[in-house]
Write a protein that binds this ligand. Structure first.
Ligand code: 5RP
Length: 228
């Protein structure tokens, strides 16, 4: 599986031009990409500026010698490379397995191009095998939780190993929900987003432009899909 992630990350590095402003995703596949990007930038003396999607990613990139700036220090991100927890045939996906969905979505929606790097285990005809992360502010969180229960979303608080609720980089909680019974995902995305207390959810609809699948070596372009 790791080889597949490496292959996908290698394919992504080839798509990064010199002088690009690059969004760095979070998670194990994005971390491999960051390592490879740093090596290539060093070897080819590329001028690359990076924006990170989590504290962990920022520290990793800085450790590899990449230049990392605050998102508000740039007008636009040229290309973001990130992983995904699940992706369907239309390149819609679920993200947030690493609890970085809020910053990941902010960086992605401010990027000209979004590349996802995955292995084929992440590809599914329909989204829902992976529980959807919902990021919620701490104040009044149980009320949001109870509401999600009434929507038959079977909410579960994400916990750390010590049993405490996991806190995101923004100081919020994550509630993971089951979307297998949900027919209309764009509507669900809208409903979740409009709930007071919900900061963001991990449904990334119409965001990914290019999907790189490590083990098959496939590059799937959103604008070449027959139904797009
Ligand atoms: C983090 C994410 C990750 O991109 C996602 O969890 C995939 O991670 P990995 O590459 O380790 O499988 O959304 O919030």
């Amino acid at each position: 599986m790791n080889d597949d992630k490496v292959k996908a990350a290698q394919m992504a590095v080839e798509l990064i031009p010199n002088q690009a402003i690059v969004g760095l995703g979070s998670g194990s596949t994005a971390s491999i990409f960051i390592d490879l990007l740093a090596k290539k930038a060093h070897e080819e003396q590329m001028d690359i500026t990076c924006v990170a999607t989590s504290v962990q990613t920022s520290q990793l990139a800085l450790g590899f010698g990449l230049k990392v700036v605050d998102i508000d220090a740039v007008d636009r991100i040229d290309v973001t490379v990130d992983g995904a927890d699940e992706v369907d045939g239309n390149l819609n996906g679920i993200k947030g397995g690493g609890a970085a969905l809020l910053f990941e979505k902010i960086v992605a929606t401010n990027s000209t191009k979004n590349i996802w790097v995955v292995d084929s285990s992440k590809q599914h005809q329909r989204l829902g095998s992976y529980r959807l992360p919902v990021e919620v502010v701490k104040f009044g969180v149980h009320h949001v939780f109870n509401y999600l229960k009434t929507r038959d979303l079977k909410p579960v608080y994400r916990q750390q190993e010590d049993g405490n609720y996991l806190t995101t980089d923004s100081g919020n909680y994550i509630i993971d929900v089951d979307i297998t019974g949900q027919e209309d995902l764009p509507q669900l995305a809208q409903d979740l987003k409009s709930l007071t207390g919900v900061v963001e959810h991990g449904l990334f609809i119409d965001i990914c432009d290019v999907l790189l699948v490590g083990n098959t070596g496939q590059a799937i372009y959103k604008d070449q899909l027959s139904n797009s």
